[in-house]
Design a protein around this ligand. Structure first.
Ligand code: NAG
Ligand code: NAG
Ligand code: NAG
Ligand code: NAG
Ligand code: NAG
Length: 295
């Protein structure tokens, strides 16, 4: 039931009041109030959606930013500006002083950016969103818990090997750490997860996380095209960052057997073994003949 229906019912209730007694009015009013109850939850969830934190992320363990949802307000009341306050829980000081967000601009709309001057790694933060002086959302974390590195870059691959039959190939995939991650001095230790699939497949195959920035991929089919992507996370953390750009791998078709099925392989073996077997038999035959001659 929507509002218009409700108002109509109310109007009818009012007009019917002129004719009927109190009992009828009471009955109608109770029906109306029930309708109001059933309309109200919808109104609440729809027209006064409060802003909420969506994500806090540190790409390199030196700065971080937090984002929140827009306030949805179809109603008459202006919710007022949304403000973010933060406090660092300092064990020594023991006090909690709330300060306002240092930078609402740099990380985009509905966000707060903490540059390196405002970022301490080992001290837990609490942040809260306020609207009209009231807190609408609050969360606590330490910066090392919200690390999500930028994507790895410069993906490339080299050919390692093509199978005897020319059907399968092994390649080595390489990439570089996200440029803003300080891995040289060990400030960050990144683990990488490589995923790959045939171009036409929908499911990515996942490899186990590794610390190095290159990994071999074995037994790819030379007649297929592959897609490879890599993402990284701070070691021992749960949260991966975004995936790198996709690397397309199209293998060179070098062998004359290319595109033929694997059954070439046993045939090749049978022919090779057959020829060598015949040769051995021939030698044995000639050798024994010679021996007989000498005797
Ligand atoms: C309002 O809520 C109803 C039901 O809960 C939903 O179907 C509708 O999409 C919502 N409208 C908006 C604008 O959120
Ligand atoms: C961080 O931001 C503050 C205020 O915007 C500025 O004074 C300070 O220089 C910045 N620090 C760094 C390292 O950029
Ligand atoms: C990948 O490496 C090859 C040579 O090894 C180079 O020519 C090519 O530009 C590289 N591709 C990218 C995207 O860096
Ligand atoms: C090429 O593949 C063959 C068989 O799979 C293997 O024995 C050989 O070691 C590989 N060579 C290289 C350089 O990877
Ligand atoms: C992917 O599938 C389409 C048809 O569905 C085909 O034309 C195309 O060659 C396939 N691409 C690869 C790389 O297998």
């Amino acid at each position: 039931m929507d509002l218009w229906q409700l108002l109509l019912t109310l109007a009818l209730a009012g007009s019917s009041d002129a004719f009927s007694g109190r009992e009828t009015t009471a009955a109608i009013l109770s029906r109306v109030s029930q309708s109001l109850l059933s309309v109200n939850p919808g109104l609440k969830t729809n027209s006064s959606k409060k802003p909420k934190f969506t994500k806090c992320r540190s790409p390199e363990l030196e700065t971080f930013s937090c984002h929140w949802t827009d306030a949805v307000h179809h109603g008459l009341k202006n919710p007022g500006p949304i403000q973010l306050f933060y406090t660092r829980r300092n064990a020594q000081e023991g006090t909690q002083e709330w300060k306002e967000c240092p930078d609402y601009v740099s990380a985009g709309e509905n966000s707060c950016y903490f540059n390196s001057s405002f970022t301490s790694i080992w001290i837990p933060y609490c942040i809260k969103l306020t609207s009209n002086g009231g807190t609408v959302d609050e969360k606590c974390f330490s910066v090392n818990q919200i690390v999500q590195p930028d994507p790895p870059i410069a993906l490339n691959w080299t050919l390692l090997n093509i199978s005897l039959t020319g059907v399968h190939a092994d390649i080595q995939v390489r990439w570089e750490a996200p440029p803003n991650a300080d891995i040289q001095k060990g400030w960050m230790v990144l683990e990488y997860e490589l995923q790959y699939k045939e171009v036409n497949e929908t499911q990515w195959k996942m490899m186990d996380p590794i610390l190095s920035t290159s990994v071999p991929l074995y037994s790819l089919r030379v007649d297929k095209e592959y897609e490879v992507r890599v993402r990284s996370k701070q070691r021992k953390s749960e949260n991966y960052g975004e995936f790198s750009e996709v690397l397309y791998v199209k293998l060179p078709q070098m062998s004359q057997f290319t595109c033929e099925e694997d059954f070439y392989f046993p045939w090749l073996l049978i022919i090779i073994f057959g020829i060598s077997g015949l040769t051995v038999m021939l030698f044995v035959f000639l050798f024994s003949k010679q021996q007989r001659k000498e005797n």
